[in-house]
Design a protein around this ligand. Structure first.
Ligand SMILES: Nc1ncnc2c1ncn2[C@@H]1O[C@H](COP(=O)(O)OP(=O)(O)O)[C@@H](O)[C@H]1O
Ligand SMILES: [Mg+2]
Length: 371
């Protein structure tokens, strides 16, 4: 087991910078998820940790050893890829044993490790099967097993579930979480799927165009996003954004003017704000309330209703607000297209972002997030 530390890690491909000053501390035994949209540099970061890609600048430590120049096999990390590429002519046991055989590990030791990994991954009864006779989930488990038998200090997963269908993804997500608990190993998991990040991570690293936007526990990112990018990326449907302007600001609160001349005073720290700075108010679709519980009300018209059974999404046009607002409500809510609706907003559940995307820190203490 091991800790992993990145210090000011930068990466350029032929002069084009794709990773900038990345600082991450991963503790021994932690499950850390790197999340962000396609192209933000997740795989590149993981490949640098694995030693498959040079580090242009900065330092990488595994435990307290600087490993920038160590070849991949000496780093004791194991990587599981999205395309699991098993050898088709080898059965499950042979696929899992192959790397150890190449490393000239003794046969009894290979057998011991393959048996143990197969047991952990519930592959015991499939050891004789060829990959073509396995389901997608089983193949992915063999790919994990192939990494497990090498007993790496750190497991690296690069979008390992992206090729699986939705229900299998949910199942494998739970299996990987259980595996992490059982092995108590350090794991770094890359995904573009915010649900995987929220459900699996001890700690999320949100990446925005090659830089770290925020590091924190899942609910910390949900309730206290540090930037508008993180606010928009974590949570589905996405947070609603409404343009406004600051009327007054202090370290204790900020009063914002919204379209239609409505004012709302928010419990956020506005010390960094300039007078009359254009700002963006953020409200999650699940945080609208009825008019009698709200500080302000936006009156709109329902444009589209999407019924998902367990919940209903209503897309609402409000005069003066350019983007359609999304309301998440009960599956049994009888809202209808064309209907007028009052969207109540509570100041304490609002987010406020500066022109440069930085959040004004929320001062309201969410009961389920401990600091
Ligand atoms: N070998 C390479 N040569 C040039 N550019 C690359 C190479 N690998 C990745 N990139 C670029 O680096 C950026 C980050 O890529 P990547 O780490 O694969 O993103 P992600 O895994 O988050 O989708 C992308 O713009 C990609 O085009
Ligand atoms: Mg990738």
């Amino acid at each position: 087991m091991a800790s992993v530390t990145l210090r000011n890690v930068c990466k350029s491909f032929s002069g084009v910078e794709v990773t900038r000053n990345v600082n991450i501390d991963i503790e021994d035994g932690e499950f850390v998820v790197f999340v962000g949209p396609s192209g933000c540099g997740k795989s590149t970061l993981l490949r640098m940790i694995a030693g498959l890609e040079d580090i242009t600048d900065g330092e990488l430590y595994i435990d307290n050893d600087k490993v920038n120049d160590k070849p991949p096999m000496d780093r004791e990390v194991g990587m599981v890829f999205q395309s699991y590429a098993l050898y088709p002519h080898m059965n499950v046991a042979e696929n899992m044993a192959f790397g150890l055989k190449l490393a000239k590990t003794h046969k009894p030791e290979i057998d011991r490790r393959v048996t143990a990994a197969a047991h952990t991954l519930q592959l015991d009864r499939l050891l004789e099967r060829k990959p073509k006779d396995l389901s997608g989930g089983q193949r992915q488990r063999v790919a994990i097993g192939r990494t497990m038998v090498r007993e790496p200090k750190v497991f690296l997963f690069d979008e390992p579930l992206s090729n699986l269908d939705a229900s299998l993804r949910v199942q494998m997500r739970i299996e990987i979480s259980k595996l992490h608990k059982r092995l108590a190993a350090t794991m770094i998991y890359v995904t573009h799927d915010q649900v995987e990040a929220m459900t699996m991570a001890d700690k999320i690293v949100a990446l925005d165009q090659g830089t770290v936007a925020q590091i924190g526990r899942p609910l910390e990112l949900y309730h206290y996003p540090a930037t508008r990018f993180v606010a928009g990326f974590i949570g589905s449907p996405q947070m609603n954004f409404i343009n406004g302007r600051t009327q007054s600001a202090s370290s204790q609160n900020v009063t914002v003017t919204l379209p239609g001349g409505i004012h709302i005073t928010l419990p956020v720290n506005g010390s960094a704000l300039k007078p009359e700075e254009p700002v963006t108010l953020g409200v999650r679709p699940e945080h609208f309330v009825s008019a009698d519980e709200a500080e302000i009300v936006l009156n709109g018209t329902i444009n589209v209703v999407e019924r998902l059974g367990y919940q209903t999404l209503a897309h609402i046009d409000v005069e003066g607000i350019a983007s359609t607002l999304t309301l998440r409500t009960d599956g049994s809510n009888p809202v209808q297209e064309g209907q007028a609706i009052a969207l109540g907003i509570q100041a304490r559940s609002c987010h406020l972002f500066r022109e440069n995307g930085e959040a004004c820190p929320r001062l309201y203490h969410e009961p389920c997030v401990d600091f």
